[in-house]
Each structure stands twice: as C-alpha cells, then as structure tokens.
Design a binder for this molecule. Structure first.
Ligand code: NOJ
Length: 449
C-alpha cells in the first residue's frame, strides 16, 4: 500500500554546525566547548577532533547544490554561537559569522529549500562555559541577546527557529553523566541547569515575539518512548515516570508551563529545584509554535523499587543499531500519537531520525546501506500513518545529510549519513549512498510504499 504525504510536506535532512562545519578559528570564530575542551582533555573526547569534520564551512555552496539534487524541501542546521559571539557578549557580534550564515540561508532559499535553524545544538561558546555555563545566573540573558542578534540578522528568511536541541541529553551529559564539559556528576546541579535552560528558552521566544519576526519558533527534544512492560498500573506508571524524567521534564515545562506531575514531587528531583521554581515558570512561560521530535528508539520500563525513580529500563526486546539505539519503526507512530495527545494543537515535526553503522574503513562497502533504506522506509511509513490519522506533522528530517563528528567520545566512528564523506581524501568528497537515491525517489513521488 502506498502512503501519500501532504503536498507541502517538508522532506528534510538535518545536521549541526559543531558536527560538520570544522573551520575552527576561521571567520573570526571563537572556540566552542568542543574546540576548547577537546584540546584540553582529548582522552575524554576520544576521536572527536572538531577540526577534522566535513568542512561544511567551506563546502556549503556545493553541498546545497547536492541537497537540491536530492530534492530536499528543508534543511535543518544550527548556528554556532561562538561564530556570532566569539569572545563574550560585550564585544558585540562578529560580522564575518553573521555573513557566513546569511549567505548559507540565501543559498538555501535560492535552491527552494526551507531553512530550519537551531540556535543551540551542543556547542555553547567556551567563554560561556568558563563563566559558569547554563548555571550562570546570566545564561538566559546571554542566550536571549544572541537569539536577538540572529533573529534580527536572519529573521524573515529562516522559516523555522528552534531554540535548543535535545536539552535533556545535553544538560544531563554535562552535569549528571559527566561525559561532556564541565564533566560533572551532580544531580542537584543538573536539575538546576535543566531549569535554567527552560528559562533561557522562554527568554528567546519572548524576544522573537517582541520583534514580531515572521516564521515559527519552537524547540527540539529527544523523545525515547517508554512502553510499560505489562499493562499493570505499576508498570504503566513506571513508564510514565521514565518519560517524565527523561523527556517530558523539558517538554511539559516548555509547552505546559509545569514539570511533569509523575516525577516532580519525587524527592530526588524536587529537593534540587529552586524553592520558587513554579513562580519562575509562571512568570516566564510563553507558548511556542512547534515541537520538534528527535526519534531514534524506544524502551520498555518495569516497576522496580530502587533509590531513584522506582523503575528499570529494558532495551533487550528490540534489535539495536551499532550505536546501541533500539530500532522500532512502530515507535515513531506511537511517539507522535503520545506527543499529540499530551500537547494537543501544537505543530509537530520529526526533526531527527536515523540509524548508525560503525565505521569499518571500507569506503566502497559502506556505500551499500540497505539497512538504512529499510529503516527510512519503515519510519516514513510510520510518519505517513500518523498523518493519515490526523497528526499535525509538517516535516521529516533524516539524521543526517552527511557523515558527522558524532560528539562525545564517538567522533567519526559512527556513520549516519545519506552522503558518505571521504575522510581519507583531503578533498573530503561526498558520495551518495544507496539510501540517498532511495530518499530521492520518495521525495520526488511524495509517497512511500
Ligand atoms: C541527536 C543529536 O541531536 C545529534 O547531534 C546526534 O548526532 C544524533 N542524536 C545521533 O546520536
């Protein structure tokens, strides 16, 4: 059976500045956290040398031509804050950084590709981190000022703005799991950092509304759907707590103005929030226009009494990709339905979805990505079914356009790209994989079978 997508559906691909730009230090760029901490703590960041990425910084004009050949209707990318404010807010914005993104946006528009831009995708400037990062009392004001500069420079041309990408993963990685700078494992500080991030999002949305910028604003988050192991009340509530702790923590705050009831009163979290947290949410809450879902995987959750939130997560029920993500195409449909029911009326997009393959180094063989072809097909069918069932999903962005620096300790060891990047050649050639041609056909026909 063929599933037809709506005529104006945004078939897209996504990537991010910190993962494909390189151009470290060029065009006046200041160090971002990866540039800076990679040199200080190479052992913590493994092979993730940012200067070795795909050089989108210089190659974006050719890459946009390839996007056009692919038939992309939209491209999701991020602005690197450290290209716009290299050394601090007090020096004012860097014109070369503004010009770089401005030209990229113009070229996308000339190619009839809708620009969808994130303000923050895992790459705050090193100076922000050195001054306290998300925990600094000034963080929200810096972020809002940076957002204002971007809205003023690119507003009207960028149709979709996302304030933050995967705040759950990024804040937790930095403050709770200790795997990115500042490498902390401190639950109290991670809860505060999450709260500050929510307030920073509100501040940026407020600026967007005040400036009356055309286009839409929202945020992107990682949603890992949790199914209860059984239909028992205990397992169902445990699954809900897992969703509450992991993803809905941000989603509820940003879309509903309060933290999820299922977890906020657990001592583990409640103890660490500022006393007046609800007042701060009430005073700053401002609605946004869309919610971007990064869907990769799902999990199964069972009630189990323990020190934290009384659940245990199982991921062994499903096949996994080489990154460790469970592969569950039904989950993309279930996730859209879950989100739609929880936040009725908000426009939705699948802002990331993709599958990893561990690098073997055999570039020829790595072009045959049949697993990605079937992954793409199955997940697009899930999206199409959700749209048929009435879900307001306006776009799908495959992760990712080309092979990236996968961040954290993974570096270049995981391949997610529709385009292979020949990292073994100084020219960093882009070579289409099978999945590229498959996606090209889907976009041309506007349907998936
Ligand atoms: C989500 C992140 O936004 C992106 O940066 C990352 O590469 C993918 N997940 C795959 O892990």
């Amino acid at each position: 059976m063929n599933f037809k997508f709506p005529k104006d559906f945004l078939f897209g691909a996504a990537s991010s500045a910190v993962q494909i730009e390189a151009g470290v230090g060029e065009g006046g760029k200041g160090a971002d956290v990866l540039d800076y901490y990679w040199t200080l703590y190479p052992e913590k960041y493994g092979q993730a040398d940012p200067s070795k990425a795909a050089d989108f910084y210089h190659k974006y004009p050719e890459d946009i031509k390839m996007m056009k050949e692919l038939g992309l209707k939209a491209f999701r990318f991020s602005i690197s804050w450290s290209r716009i404010y290299p050394n601090g807010m007090e020096d004012g914005p860097c014109q070369a950084g503004i010009d770089y993104y401005s030209d990229m946006i113009d070229k996308l528009i000339e190619a009839d590709i809708v620009p969808f831009f994130d303000l923050w995708h895992c790459d705050m400037p090193a100076w922000v981190m050195e001054k306290g990062g998300v925990l600094s009392p000034d963080f929200g004001d810096w972020f809002a000022e940076y957002a204002k500069t971007c809205f003023t420079a690119f507003g009207g041309r960028v149709q979709y703005w996302s304030t933050v990408n995967e705040p759950n993963v990024n804040v937790m990685a930095a403050y709770a799991w200790g795997i990115t700078a500042p490498f902390e494992k401190d639950i109290a500080r991670s809860v505060l950092a999450c709260h500050n991030m929510v307030l920073a999002h509100f501040k940026a949305v407020k600026v967007f509304r005040e400036l009356n910028i055309p286009g839409k604003i929202g945020f992107v988050n990682h949603v890992q759907l949790a199914y209860g192991l059984t239909l028992s009340e205990e397992d169902q509530a445990a699954a809900e707590r897992n969703m509450g702790f992991y993803s809905n923590w941000f989603n509820d705050a940003m879309l509903l103005g309060h933290y999820p009831e299922s977890v906020v009163h657990y001592p583990y979290l409640a103890d660490h929030l500022p006393e007046n947290y609800q007042k701060e949410l009430d005073d700053n809450f401002i609605a946004c226009d869309f919610f971007g879902i990064n869907y990769y995987s799902s999990s199964v959750v069972k009630y189990e009494k323990n020190d934290i939130l009384d659940y245990k997560i199982y991921t062994d029920y499903l096949p996994k990709d080489d990154y460790g993500f469970t592969v569950n195409p039904q989950g993309i449909y279930d996730t859209i339905m879950y989100v739609q029911n929880r936040y009725p009326g908000i426009e939705l997009a699948i802002t990331e979805n993709g599958i990893s393959k561990a690098r073997t180094g055999n570039y020829e063989e790595e072009l045959d990505d049949d697993y990605r072809v079937s992954y793409l097909r199955e997940h697009l069918r899930g999206v199409a079914r959700a749209i048929e069932a009435g879900s307001p999903v306006v776009g799908y962005f495959h992760w990712t356009l080309m092979d990236t620096n996968e961040l954290y300790v993974n570096g270049y060891s995981h391949l997610f790209g529709l385009l292979q990047v020949r990292f073994d050649k100084p020219t960093l050639d882009r070579v289409p994989r099978k999945s590229w041609y498959y996606y090209q056909q889907i976009i041309a026909k506007g349907e998936v079978n």
